[in-house]
Write a protein that binds this ligand. Structure first.
Ligand code: PMV
Length: 317
């Protein structure tokens, strides 16, 4: 028995960290994917030829422990999304793994995939929202917010719950967009950054207000995203970046890239994307090649990525 699935990485365009507290956020998937092949072999659990081990394969181990009751499986993974970079490598790996394990058990329901993939990510990393795993499941772009104040911008996809929290996820139709992602090369840790922001928010009302502002910026960005008003989108991205910087969600190496690209001809806006503490920034620009060159000159690795495309997909074994 064999199942093969793939799932895309993502960029968060608006609302990271704020979404953990139920404020709105927007993410789109990127044209880089992770592919996972699962074979039921009956001897021992392996990943890419090595024994399945929590330290090296934390997300896969959680997925197997929680979602697989059958004989041992051999798992092969393939993909080029850089890890800990803010472009959703762990969500793509988790979502593709869960999709393949689901397929072997005859489950083909995307709402269940999104819920289980989030459960695996949350158990493994200990914090965060379903934004990454939901966009990797759904494809295209999504808007997400706490269930008590849903985004109300597109077709409802699913609600995701965790303990006493719930988020509503909707699809967001937007015109095609190419952005430039700049990876600082510094590996950020999502769990550490999420815990840091939660710690500061619990003690400092200014941090709580700023998280709310970030959510408002995400809400304001939706009409511009829908109509392809990239100037407004860019301006709001830069505004959100400054909010994140103010509450300590940044890294000097990422800030260097943001500052450099903001001054480049054609740049409409730029911000850190993902949890921070390193990782990547994303720029919206009329001149992607120019922005990519500026990012590289400032010491980053640039990727010109097309947003949108398919979500989690099963492939013929
Ligand atoms: O570090 P990333 O790219 O997985 O982004 C995390 C986004 C956060 O809002 C900081 C956490 C979350 O899960 O929503």
């Amino acid at each position: 028995m064999r199942a093969i699935a793939s799932a895309p990485g993502k960029v968060i365009l608006f609302g990271e960290h704020a979404v953990v507290f139920g404020h709105p956020a927007v993410a789109a998937c990127i044209d880089q994917r992770t592919r996972v092949e699962v074979d039921v072999v009956g001897s021992r659990f392996t990943v890419n030829g090595h024994r399945l081990h929590e330290r090296y394969h934390s997300y896969i181990k959680t997925a197997v422990d929680r979602l697989w009751k059958g004989d041992p499986v051999r798992i092969q993974t393939e993909g080029g999304i850089p890890s800990a970079s803010g472009t959703g490598s762990s969500a793509a790996l988790t979502t593709a793994t869960v999709a393949a394990l689901h397929r072997l058990q005859g489950i083909t329901d995307n709402a269940r995939l999104a819920q289980d993939a989030f459960m695996v990510e949350r158990v493994t990393q200990g914090g965060g929202s379903p934004i990454d795993t939901s966009v990797s499941t759904a494809g295209g772009a999504i808007a997400i917010a706490g269930k008590e104040a849903p985004p109300n911008v597109g077709d409802p996809l699913w609600d995701i719950t965790w303990e006493d929290r719930a988020w509503s996820v909707e699809s967001l139709a937007m015109p095609g967009l190419t952005v430039v992602v700049g990876n600082s090369g510094v590996k950020g840790k999502t769990d550490v950054e999420v815990a840091k922001v939660a710690h500061n928010a619990a003690r400092n009302p200014l941090v709580r207000d700023t998280l709310q502002d970030i959510g408002s910026i995400a809400r304001d960005a939706v009409p511009a995203l829908r109509t392809g008003d990239w100037e407004t989108v860019g301006r709001l991205m830069s505004k959100q970046h400054d909010c994140m910087h103010m509450i300590g969600v940044n890294h000097p190496e990422v800030q260097k890239l943001v500052v450099a690209v903001r001054d480049a001809p054609g740049t409409l806006g730029a911000k850190i994307t993902g949890a921070g503490g390193g990782g990547s920034m994303v720029a919206i620009t009329d001149n992607p090649a120019r922005a990519a060159a500026v990012i590289e000159a400032a010491g980053g690795r640039a990727f010109i990525v097309r947003l949108g495309g398919g979500g989690a997909t099963l492939h013929a074994p």
